[in-house]
Design a protein around this ligand. Structure first.
Ligand code: 5GP
Length: 650
């Protein structure tokens, strides 16, 4: 089922590899990875042909019609010169306003109607208490004070609904002020003098200046009755170098349609350009019939005020709601230039495993809009990243393909063996491919450790990377601040050893029961005795107010992360082979070259497999430097909040 679904994706992908469905218009991006216009493609030819046909048809149609303006731009120009039209009176012909007035509510009549309804409700009710309650409401509604208050409320809310603070009436308030001042110059009337004094007040002039600069960036949207038989709207947007438009367009037959409005751009901020709107004109230039790449090129050359003539999307816009930002840690690398599925490559956001992303829109569940942590201040537009379930599907498909090819190999390998052996090998294999394990994103939250409950610090690294030495140094310098968890063992105590101080001495049966119950972060066997560090021992140190230091193998990370101990994981990476040899020599160690190579190879494997679980990495070039860096990171836990999985805080 999943496979056939994904096969569809694969086919689509191969199509998209040739030409992406969407084209960013005025979104800063890597021009090198833009999909160039397939000028001689069948699509282009089809569009041009369609455009020609349409033009002929329209010409014929417009010849016989006088109510359709063949040059709507002139009217639009007029409209934009007279922004007052459509604000007091939202439609040109005023019909809508008349209708509105005709059906404007009569508050007293409404209350009477309500009283009648309540009477009827009271009549239908059978229990005395409910009847009494309704009676009480009726008494309130019948009161003169209430009627007055309701009438005032209605009048105010009607007034308010006419005022749309998001649509400035003009962006030339300063000019208007000057004009009025000129007119008033010859006035000797008291009111005229007073108004002139007001308008020449520097504070008011500064206010007008600010108003105009804000209004200039805002948009004026006015409804135009008919344009080639369609209801259209006019939208003005201010495009600057700092505020790109931030939208993508797609071709729908010969139409150019807004496909995506990107967070952070002028289109999104204005709230007036919507997904699904068809662009008819931009600054008087006809857009229908153009290929999206032409629209891109056109918009790239335009600056300042852009006037869009649009056919609004017929889709009902969902109620505007504040999107909550979701913070996630990515568990895969992503490169949009290598992704045939991304609907608009220029808008793709590349990231690496372990990066924190701020997801600001999940409107399209397949393609989220996000910023990389730290980028949000210098990156005006959000970027597209694959949505969680979409990515999970892709990873599942990848895994299925890999597993299938491995299965084939196993079949070939066991080809000469009997059926039973073959079955066994395959079933063992499929058990290992657990799709539930596919990690794409994990939701993260900021966590600031309380002064009394310090996060345990886990140092991870291959043997000889120096993590053990760093832990020893911290313990010896500040024993009152740092501690290690007392381990459990099944061996008997030695003469000088005390239970609970050196080890928790337990029976093998008790150890194994605890191990099965998942109480150990890590465990091992040495000379037929079991050893291990329990979560309870670590918790004991946390409760004492000290920082628990752990030196762990990467395989312990999963258990540690699910332990609710909120560990801070630092990877201690070895330096180059030569530098490592020198460092180990100072400790009197003389490892063979292959041993040095092995340390570096092991570190590489650890980073590859578990790097996304590391909160920080220290390359141990020099023991003193590494120690200071470690202290700095640990101190930072007190002063700055850190990203942790949200599930840790539930
Ligand atoms: P001993 O019995 O001499 O104290 O320790 C024997 C070995 O057990 C040492 O190599 C020591 O590193 C290891 N060991 C001690 N505590 C732990 C522990 O908590 N976990 C694991 N895996 N090994 C431990």
């Amino acid at each position: 089922m999943i496979t056939s679904h994904m096969n569809g994706y694969v086919q689509e992908a191969s199509m998209q590899a040739k030409s992406h469905r969407e084209r960013a218009v005025d979104c800063p991006g890597d021009e090198s990875c833009l999909v160039k216009a397939p000028h001689c493609s069948a699509q282009m030819e089809r569009i041009q042909h369609y455009q020609e046909e349409l033009r002929k048809r329209r010409e014929e149609e417009s010849r016989g019609k006088h109510d359709i303006d063949p040059n709507a731009s002139l009217r639009l120009k007029k409209l934009s010169q007279n922004p007052k039209v459509g604000i007091d009176n939202p439609t040109f012909d005023g019909k809508e306003k008349a209708n509105k007035d005709a059906c404007s509510p009569d508050p007293v009549g409404e209350l009477d109607e309500m009283l009648q309804t309540l009477k009827w409700v009271q009549h239908c009710l059978t229990d005395a208490q409910s009847q009494q309650d309704v009676e009480l409401i009726m008494q309130i509604l019948a009161k003169e004070d209430f009627k007055n208050a309701y009438t005032i409320y209605n009048a105010v809310s009607q007034q308010m609904s006419r005022v749309n603070p998001t649509s400035p009436l003009t962006a030339q308030a300063q000019d208007l002020c000057l004009e009025v001042q000129n007119i008033l110059q010859s006035s000797q009337q008291k009111e005229g003098l007073e108004l002139r004094a007001l308008l020449t007040n520097p504070h008011l002039q500064a206010l007008m200046q600010v108003h105009d600069s804000v209004a200039g960036q805002e948009v004026e949207e006015e409804n135009v009755t008919q344009y080639l038989g369609e209801t259209v709207k006019l939208v003005r947007l201010e495009k600057t170098r700092d505020t790109p438009l931030g939208a993508t367009v797609r071709n729908d037959m010969d139409s150019v349609v807004v496909s995506r409005v990107v967070k952070g751009g002028a289109a999104e901020r204005s709230g007036l350009l919507s997904e699904g709107d068809e662009i008819l004109e931009i600054n008087g230039i006809s857009i229908r019939g153009k290929h999206i790449n032409e629209v891109h090129d056109l918009l790239q050359q335009m600056q300042g005020t852009l006037t869009f003539l649009l056919i609004p999307s017929s889709q009902i816009k969902p109620a505007a709601h504040r999107q909550t930002v979701m913070h996630v840690r990515a568990y895969f690398d992503y490169d949009p230039s290598d992704d045939p599925f991304v609907p608009c490559r220029e808008l793709g956001l590349s990231f690496q495993k372990g990066d924190i992303l701020h997801v600001i829109s999940q409107d399209d569940s397949n393609w989220w809009q996000a910023y990389r942590d730290g980028d949000e201040d210098n990156q005006p537009l959000a970027g597209l990243v694959p949505g969680k379930s979409f990515q999970q599907q892709r990873e599942t498909l990848k895994k299925t393909i890999t597993d299938k090819s491995r299965e084939q190999q196993v079949k070939v390998w066991y080809g000469k063996k009997n059926k039973k052996q073959r079955k066994k090998s395959i079933s063992t294999f499929s058990k290992s491919s657990d799709y539930d394990d596919i990690l794409t994103y994990e939701e993260m939250s900021l966590y600031h450790q309380p002064a009394t409950r310090k996060r345990p610090v886990a140092l991870i690294g291959p043997t000889n990377s120096g993590h053990d030495e760093l832990r020893r140094r911290l313990l010896s310098i500040e024993p009152e601040k740092f501690a290690v968890a007392v381990p459990h063992t099944t061996r008997g105590p030695r003469i000088h050893e005390r239970n609970g101080r050196d080890y928790h001495f337990v029976s093998r049966a008790a150890f194994e029961t605890d191990l099965a119950a998942g109480k150990f972060i890590e465990s091992g066997e040495y000379e037929k005795n079991l050893y291990g560090s329990s979560t309870d021992s670590v918790r004991h140190i946390i409760n004492s107010g000290r920082i628990c230091l752990l030196c762990l193998h990467t395989r312990s990370l999963r258990v540690l992360r699910s332990s609710n101990l909120k560990p801070y994981v630092i990877f201690i990476a070895p330096p180059s082979q030569e530098r490592l040899r020198t460092l180990l020599a100072t400790e009197g160690k003389t490892p063979k070259p292959e041993e040095l190579k092995e340390v570096i190879e092991k570190a590489r494997e650890m980073e590859h497999g578990f790097g996304h679980f590391f909160d920080a990495t220290i390359v141990n070039l020099d023991p003193d430097q590494a120690f200071h860096e470690l202290r700095r990171l640990i101190d930072k836990l007190d002063t700055e909040p850190q990203w942790v999985p949200t599930s840790w805080l539930c």
